[in-house]
Design a binder for this molecule. Structure first.
Ligand code: EPU
Length: 479
């Protein structure tokens, strides 16, 4: 990439920072992107999907870039005053939210056009407002990923506490404790976390619990800290490894990403870089299950089967046949599925983000499947909606007992969070009749044009829009 000439290390003068900030306090012109995003939001589009089940899915689908890898990568741009170019960014609502957040801080965010439409260039040269306001954080918890980078680069951050969410309490205490270990002073009042540090210094962090965004947040902070940071009990997800790859391209000194222990030698400054985001393993897994359920023959391209080991193994246990190459997968299934139990775990275990979709599959398998959710305490909201479509599911605390095979029948159902929505789309693809799925803004947060992709391989799915007053359309729960 063409990186702009290196300027001397720039640390914005805290005296010039706008705190507390609001979108209206921006001191610079906003980009075209931001304006169109705001316009789209204020339209208050409350879409539904109408899906007629029963079609086999046959053909090929190109997998988009990973939402959960793109979000921390965008936050990493805060760490440098040079442009960071990110390719394979998915066109989903959460990415728009993060662009808006970065712009509200003073970043310039440029979108690619045409063939480069999945490229985003972020320049955080003139950050003025190190704040993630409640209005943004309440719609997307991953906004808290800016906390570490802001303190590391600007010496100061003000980030709203995320509060509860549809799938569990999801505190961010481990991000905060970790930053304190790196020397930050943290104040929590009026629903905000205010963190400050002249310069972070390396430290030893042992995570009480494995946390994906916590590992990412602190990895970014430690990259600009003075001295060495050792982090133990780290998340090993592919998204963590992808972020480390970007940071290393930016000049960070990181060892051990993808293992439980990471060592980071802090550097004085980071520079611009160009990076391609990894494929979305959860989108891939969702389409794998769509192929299995419909007895189809699907080829998924631009994906990474190595990131889906636990799911592939589980599906093989259910009797599914999958052929994988380095960057594609072919799924064919004409057999009766056999029930198999699933326990969600951190990577490389079975992902919690595939639990809802697997539950739909379990309704079509012969026998009893016990699904245990170990990561989030309240991630079975889809069970009630699936039951309304005829599934036999009993939820007992963190366990769901699914008895199959049951025929599913169409119903009007409602999305409660991103992955729950995906499970309902999957159920509708095999249900008898026409299912109407409400609140698909949840699915738009993380799946790029899912209805177009499904339609292209034979699904009968259409989106219908309904214009409601903005207040009614804004999601009140986040995932
Ligand atoms: N936890 C704490 N304290 C913390 C952080 C986490 O107690 O400070 C707990 C959580 O409450 C949870 C567990 O630790 O019980 C794991 O949470 P984690 O921090 O790993 O989740 P996250 O980083 O907030 C990311 C993904 C989620 C995915 C989880 C688990 C992003 C942006 N989000 O969330 O993705 O479910 O890891 O793999 O990367 C989704 O895409 O639908 C989604 C929810």
């Amino acid at each position: 990439m063409k990186v702009v000439p290196k300027s001397p290390a720039r640390r914005p003068n805290p005296a010039k920072l706008v705190l507390p900030g609001a979108l209206g306090e921006l001191k610079k012109p906003v980009t075209r992107t931001w304006i169109s995003d705001l316009a789209a939001c204020s339209e208050g589009l409350m879409d539904k999907f109408v899906i007629r089940g029963g079609n086999r899915l046959v053909g090929s689908i190109r997998i988009s870039g990973s939402k959960n890898a793109a979000l921390p990568a965008m936050a990493a741009a805060i760490l440098t005053d040079e442009p960071v170019v990110l390719e394979n960014i998915p066109d989903v609502r959460d990415i728009q939210t993060e662009r808006n957040l970065l712009v509200s801080m003073g970043a310039e965010v440029e979108l690619g056009y045409g063939r480069a439409s999945h490229r985003t260039t972020i320049s955080c040269r003139d950050l003025v407002n190190p704040e993630a306001a409640y209005e943004v954080v309440k719609t997307m918890r991953a906004s808290t990923l800016v906390l570490g980078p802001l303190v590391a680069r600007m010496g100061r951050a003000r980030v709203s506490q995320p509060g509860g969410c549809a799938i569990g309490a999801r505190p961010i205490d481990l991000h905060i404790k970790g930053l304190e270990r790196l020397g930050a002073t943290i104040k929590q009042e009026h629903g905000y976390i205010e963190a400050s540090a002249d310069r972070l210094r390396g430290g030893h962090i042992i995570f009480d619990k494995i946390t994906v965004t916590g590992t990412e947040d602190l990895m970014m902070a430690a990259s600009l800290a003075e001295g060495e940071t050792v982090m133990e009990n780290c998340a090993r997800e592919p998204e963590v490894v992808d972020l480390a790859a970007l940071l290393i391209k930016m000049g960070a000194n990181i060892e051990g990403a993808g293992t439980s222990t990471m060592r980071i030698q802090g550097v004085e400054e980071l520079h611009g870089a160009r990076h391609r985001i990894i494929p979305d393993r959860i989108e891939t897994g969702t389409f794998v299950i769509a192929a299995v359920l419909t007895g189809g023959d699907l080829t998924l391209t631009n994906c990474d089967p190595n990131h889906l080991g636990a799911l592939i193994q589980k599906l093989e246990e259910c009797g599914v046949s999958i052929t994988a190459s380095a960057d594609s997968m072919r799924i064919t299934n004409g057999h009766q599925l056999t029930a198999a139990d699933v326990d969600t775990e951190e990577f490389p275990g079975f992902p919690t983000d595939m639990q809802a979709q697997y539950m739909t599959l379990a309704t079509q398998a012969q026998g009893t499947s016990i699904i245990t959710e170990n990561i989030f305490e309240n991630r079975f909201m889809h069970a009630q909606e699936l039951a309304r479509m005829g599934a036999n599911i009993k939820v007992e605390g963190r366990r769901a007992v699914v008895r199959g095979k049951t025929s599913l029948s169409s119903a009007a159902v409602q999305c409660s969070d991103l992955r729950a929505s995906a499970s309902l789309v999957l159920a509708a693809l095999v249900a008898d009749g026409e299912t109407i799925i409400d609140r698909v803004y949840h699915i738009d947060r993380g799946y790029e044009r899912i209805e177009e992709k499904l339609k292209s391989v034979g699904a009968q799915i259409r989106r219908i829009g309904e214009f409601l007053p903005r207040r009614a359309a804004v999601p009140s729960v986040v995932a």
